[in-house]
Design a protein around this ligand. Sequence first.
Ligand SMILES: Cc1ncc(COP(=O)(O)O)c(C=O)c1O
Length: 481
Amino acid sequence: MPVSEGMISALLDLKRADEEGLAAQLTSQLRSLIATGRLGKGRTLPSSRRLASDLGVSRNTVTYAFEQLAAEGYLEASHGRRPMVTVDGERIEKTDAVASRVRAGKPRLSPWASSLTQTDWPMSYQAQLRPLRPGHGDFREFPNEVWARCLRRSAVRAAKRELGPVNRTHLREALAHYLATSRGVRAKADQILILPSAQAALTLIAAAVITPGDDVWVEDPGYPGATAAFRASGARVVGMRLDEQGMQRIPGLAAPKLIFMTPSHQHPTGRLMSLSRRTEFLGLSRPGKTWIVEDDYDGEFHYDSRPVPALQGLDAHGRVFYVGTFSKAMTSDIRLGYLVVPPALVNTLEIAQRHIGLIAASHIQEALAEFVADGHFLAHLRRMRRLYHVRRDHLVEGLERHLGEVLSVEVPPGGIQLVARLKRGRADQAAVKRLVAAGVETRALSSLALGRPCDHGLLLGFAAWRESEITAALRTMVSCF
Ligand SMILES: Cc1ncc(COP(=O)(O)O)c(C=O)c1O
C-alpha cells in the first residue's frame, strides 16, 4: 500500500547502536520502501530538515541518504527542492519475483551444460590423492627447487617484458624442438598453442570443427574427458572396439568428422596402436573433412623398448591435431598443456583460443621454456622413467602373486597406469566401491565404456606410488576380494 508523506518517518526504524551507521540504515530502508512500491514513482519526500527532525538525526545523515539514492537512480534531488521518487517500485518488485521463481525452480541449462552434467566424470575422488589413483605421476619427485628458480627468474624478467604473444615464443620453440626429437612430431613452433590443459585442447578443437550432428569416433573403452568434450559440442560419439592392435574400425561405416585416439598408450588399456592401424586411420582422414586427434597424454613414459613416434609425424597432409600435457610429465597442478594444430587451422584456432579465453599465464610459460631449454625437463623424465618402470613391475608382480586368481593383468609397455581384468563376475563397480572405502582408489573399467557390454576390471595407477605404498595397497586389495 502506498505511504503518505506524514507516515514516512513512522516506517523508518533507525537503531543508534547499529554498526551499519545511521546514514547507511536510512539509505537502505528508504531504498527498500521505493523498491517495494510503497513510495511510488512521482512521490515527493519530506525535506531533509523535516525528516531529520522527525527522526531525531542530524540533517547531514538525511542529506547523505538522499544523495546516495539519487546517485543510484531512485530519487531526483536538486538543490532547494524536495526529493522525488523516479522509479516504479512495482516493476522492480515484479522483476525480482520472476527472478526468485526462476531461482527456486530447476535451472534451464544449455544443451552444452546438460550434456556435461550427464557425463560420468570421477568428481567423487577426494582432493587428497590416495593409492592407487590412476592418471597421476609422482609430484613428490618433482624438482621443486629448480622449478622455483625458473619461476622466480621469469617473474623478475616479467617487469621488463613487453606485453608479448598469448603463446610465448620461447616455449613454442623449446616444445617444437622437444617434440621433434623425442616424439617425432613434425611442426613449426607457430603451430603450437599453449593451453591450460589437454582437456582445454579437446574443448578448443571441438568448438572449432564440430557441427552438431557430426560423427566422432572414439576408443571404447576410452577417455571420458574426450567423450564429454565432443558430446558437449553436439557430436554423435561412436565407440570403436579395441583389439591387440588398438582401435578397430567398424567395417562399412562412413568416415566421421573426427577420430579421437590415444595411439601411444591407449587410455585405459595402455596398448600401443600398430603401424598398420595407424596407416589405416590416416588413410581415412581427409584435410578439412575427417580430422584425427592424437592425445599423447603420457607418451613420455615407455619402459620396454624405444618409444614409437607419434602418429602425427606420419601425416604429410596436415590432418592430425596432436595434444599433449605437462600434468603427467611434471605435476598435475602445473595446469599446462599444448596443441599442435594442422597448418590450415592455425589462424582460426588462435582466434578461438583468445575468444574462449584458454590462455596460460605468461610467466609460467616463460619459466617452463627455461626448464625445457636448460634440460631439466628431459632430466626429470629420464629419472621418472626409471622410477615408474620399477613401480610398474612391482605392481604387476604383486597383483600376479597375490591376486592372480581374481585378476588378470595387462602389462602396458609404458604410461602411468594399468588395467587388471576381473577373471570372474561382472561387478567391477561394486569392487571399486569396496576398495575406495578401504583406501585404495581405482576406477572401474566398465565405467569407461560407452554403454555396451565390456570387460570388467580395475584401472590402477602405479607411477605416483612408492613401492612400499603399492605393497600396502596390495594388502588392502587382498582383504577386499
Ligand atoms: C587420455 C587423457 N588425455 C588427457 C588427459 C587430461 O590431461 P589434462 O590434465 O592436461 O587436462 C588425461 C587425464 O587423465 C588423460 O587420461
